[in-house]
Design a protein around this ligand. Structure first.
Ligand code: KG4
Ligand code: ZN
Length: 359
């Protein structure tokens, strides 16, 4: 089985070819960072134009690198949401056009499902498993029961984890996106304990104990506000590289601690929901590339008797391998989608999230 995947939902233009055994036959990711950098965030209109320019030649390139012609494909998978609708439309229409022209199945992939299923590409992880999805737009804890079947255990009540990193990075004067920059500069902090004492940050929801309903939820906006306050309180509100290294280290450590706390609660919930399942914990999305966060979650999983899985670093951020792989998983189950499938700016993995409160 061979599937072409297309990803254009945010600021990465990506195409890839993957086979049914999880072998990556070709993959290309073009980041638009440079185009958006001056604006300090992703500009939807610019993103769509960039996708338009680069996608078609990129698809031709990955097909050539894989040594395949379109007739060799078993399906074409494209992200159909959630995301910036202009970009989503461009990738989706390209996928549909190839599918129509070569009479191949079209697979409408949920971008989040791409992140959710990626670890199954390289590892034998059975359903159900617990997933922490942490990216620029999402922070969710989900039970992955199967392809297309998810139960939301927790979500953010304000900002996403990546958003907290990105906005904090911007305040610290770091380039966009802030997440990887904060990780880099935090490594220059000479004494983490001293940095945390110098720049203490709140742990929203945790400090107050929480209620049974929000034990797996996240809240990051208070952390971001505290970062701002610390910066404003520095003498003359001016800071040097050493100040930022300390603040970044404190932020990263707090984020790791908060996430570990929420995941611990989710472990308990997962075990009560699926007592017969072999406990497996998967971390995915751009923030999963952070080594401090990965280490904290690996430790926690080991202590709690869960196996730990995270995609390789190059598959944590947005890419088309994960979209092609989600296409493989759907196709294997005999699923495909009609060519009039509508792009979805919003597309939750669990359409009935309230169910989590009674779970
Ligand atoms: O999954 P992704 O590439 O795109 C979305 O679907 O959002 O995630 C991007 C997010 C950004 O907020 C970025 O700052 C964050 O992931 N990120 C990181 C790291 N690498 C990327 N956050 C913390 N540490 C990192 N090393
Ligand atoms: Zn993503």
């Amino acid at each position: 089985m061979i599937v072409l995947g297309i990803e254009t939902s945010c600021d990465e233009t990506a195409a890839a070819v993957v086979n049914g055994e999880g072998r990556i036959l070709s993959s290309c990711v073009l980041s638009q960072l440079k185009a958006h950098e001056v604006y300090g965030g992703v500009v939807p209109e610019i993103a769509a134009r960039e996708h338009m320019t680069h996608l078609t030649p990129m698809i031709a390139q990955v097909m050539e690198e894989a040594g395949l012609s379109y007739s060799d494909l078993d399906g074409i998978a494209a992200t159909c949401g959630p995301g910036l609708i202009g970009g989503v439309m461009i990738g989706m229409m390209a996928g549909k056009a190839i599918a129509a022209a070569h009479a191949k199945p079209f697979l409408a992939v949920n971008h989040l499902e791409g992140h959710a299923l990626t670890p199954r590409l390289s590892e034998d992880i059975a359903f159900p498993y617990l997933l922490l999805l942490v990216s620029g737009g999402h922070s969710q804890l989900l039970a992955v029961e199967g392809v297309g079947s998810y139960k939301l255990l927790g979500t953010t009540i304000d900002d996403a984890a990546g958003e907290c990193f990105d906005k904090s990075g911007k305040m610290m004067g770091l380039p966009f996106p802030g997440g990887p920059e904060i990780e880099k500069i935090a490594a220059e902090c000479p004494d983490l304990q001293a940095a945390r004492a110098r720049f203490p940050l709140p742990r929203p929801l945790i400090a107050k104990g929480g209620t049974p309903e929000n034990r797996c939820d996240f809240s990051f906006s208070g952390i971001k506000t505290a970062v701002r306050t610390h910066l404003e309180n520095l003498p003359g509100a001016s800071f040097n590289r050493a100040d930022i290294a300390d603040l970044a280290a404190s932020l990263q450590a707090t984020m790791a601690e908060v996430m570990a706390n929420r995941c611990k609660n989710a472990f308990a919930k997962f075990k009560s929901l699926y007592p017969a399942a072999k406990p497996a914990f998967v971390v995915s999305g751009g923030v999963a590339a952070n080594k401090t966060i990965r280490a904290a979650l690996t430790d926690l999983a080991t202590k709690e008797g869960f196996s730990f899985h995270a995609p390789p670093l190059n598959l944590c951020g947005d890419n088309a391998v994960m979209i092609a792989w989600a296409g493989v998983e759907k196709l294997r189950l005999g699923q495909s989608d009609p060519l009039n499938f509508k792009a979805r700016p919003r597309w939750p993995l669990d359409p009935e999230p309230k169910a989590r409160h009674s779970a």
